[in-house]
Ligand binder design. Structure first.
Ligand SMILES: [Zn+2]
Ligand SMILES: [Zn+2]
Length: 398
């Protein structure tokens, strides 16, 4: 299913090449977080999983012109880990800044918690909590009446806020920016904000470690750049930025990288900063092909699949892993999703988990976190369910 058709406007974010090994994720896909009211019309786009032939960077590419696919609606909220906060504050302390003369700026609601923590720890009183990331629809380029395209409004707002700060230094929190950035100008403008008096904190999934796990559950269509650590580093070096990055484990989220970008960091300059780091291509395209075959082998025409957990993972399973003829239903108990129409169209409907009778189902896929799955499985079995219980990667869960 490797395709030759190319979305040629998307150059590799690491090396600017447009030579990829790519596989179609699917056509006509709406955002995985697009749980909408039934009357709302959705627009679908084509998505590809692409691995750069030159540097080995992998990305999700699309004809969707959104600069920053964050989330589709305000009511969708994701939890973020907090275990690494003390370490971030330690790195910032070592910068020897005058914390009375610094302002904090957030890019997204996901930064509020860290902003509050740092304000409290470092005694910073000028704290600006704004969700500039907002929703994906805010990040479409603005077309003015004479047809010229302007950058999306939230970017202008974000930059204006930072430039208007009356403090000598700014601390800018951009959690999850790098995974989601989908436009070269946006990346450039955010990195260009960096200066000797502006300091950044970011985090992103540790894709190096995720690629080593035998799983593809971290791929979804709003995550556009699966930066590995040394690719990110070479990108920062190209911009002459100094950084300090650490990785950590969390019980709630996937392996993660967190970093501080600051001119005040002491770093031995890399000698060949202008050379692109080449990493081995992760075999994601092959892995996805295999995963599709595994599910196909599992589910015949007469089988029924109940998917528990309508998160990105559950929706992605339907969007680009399962074949079209699969008879499935989608299940979630989250209050915010009640009465919403999901981004996929389950032939057997969108239902609650609790109280649902799965006895007619040959298979159940659990696409929640493992912690929640561990609570669901005994309940399912206690209710007399005897079918197979699988995870996103088609592996048995009990
Ligand atoms: Zn590349
Ligand atoms: Zn995300």
């Amino acid at each position: 299913m490797t395709q030759n058709s190319k979305l040629n406007h998307t150059l590799c974010f690491v090396c600017q090449s447009n030579e990829y090994v790519q596989i179609s994720l699917n056509q006509n896909l709406v955002d995985a977080s697009d749980f909408h009211d039934s009357k709302h019309k959705t627009i679908g786009y084509s998505y590809f999983l692409a691995v750069c032939k030159i540097c080995g960077h992998s990305a999700v590419q699309t004809d969707n012109s959104c600069w920053m696919p964050t989330r589709k609606y305000d009511f969708i909220k994701y939890g973020e880990p907090i275990e690494h906060y003390p370490r971030v504050s330690l790195i910032l302390r070592e910068l020897n800044l005058d914390f009375e003369d610094i302002s904090i700026h957030t890019f997204s609601y996901k930064d509020f918690q860290l902003a509050n923590f740092l304000a409290n720890e470092l005694k910073i009183s000028d704290i600006n909590l704004n969700d500039h990331a907002g929703c994906s629809d805010d990040w479409l380029p603005v077309v003015s009446s004479d047809g010229t395209k302007k950058e999306p409004l939230p970017l202008e707002d974000f930059m204006t806020e930072i430039k208007k700060s009356e403090k000598s230094h700014q601390l800018i929190l951009i959690t999850r920016f790098f995974d989601h950035v989908a436009n070269h100008d946006l990346l450039q403008k955010i990195l260009d904000l960096s200066s000797p008096t502006r300091h950044f904190v970011f985090d992103l999934n540790d894709y190096e470690r995720l690629f080593e796990l035998e799983s593809l559950e971290f791929i979804w269509n709003e995550r556009r750049n699966l930066f590995r650590r040394s690719h990110l580093e070479s990108m920062l070096q190209k911009h002459n930025l100094k950084y300090s990055i650490f990785s950590y484990e969390s019980h709630e989220v996937a392996p993660t990288l967190t970093g501080v970008i600051s001119e005040k960091l002491v770093m031995t300059p890399k000698s060949k900063a202008e050379e692109v780091t080449v990493l081995p291509a992760p075999n994601l395209v092959e892995k996805l092909t295999t995963l599709r075959q595994q599910w196909q082998g599992k589910l015949g025409m007469t089988h029924r699949l109940g998917i528990i957990g309508a998160s990105h993972k559950g929706v992605s399973l339907v969007q680009f892993v399962l074949s079209d003829h699969v008879q499935y239903s989608l299940h979630d108990d989250k209050e915010a999703l009640r009465g919403k129409t999901p981004p996929v169209n389950p032939p057997l409907g969108f239902h609650l988990v609790s109280g649902f009778d799965f006895s007619d189902y040959s298979h159940v896929a659990i696409t929640t976190t493992l912690v929640i799955a561990a609570k669901i499985i005994p309940k399912l079995r206690a209710s007399g369910y005897t079918g197979e219980i699988l995870d996103f990667d088609c592996q048995k869960l009990d």
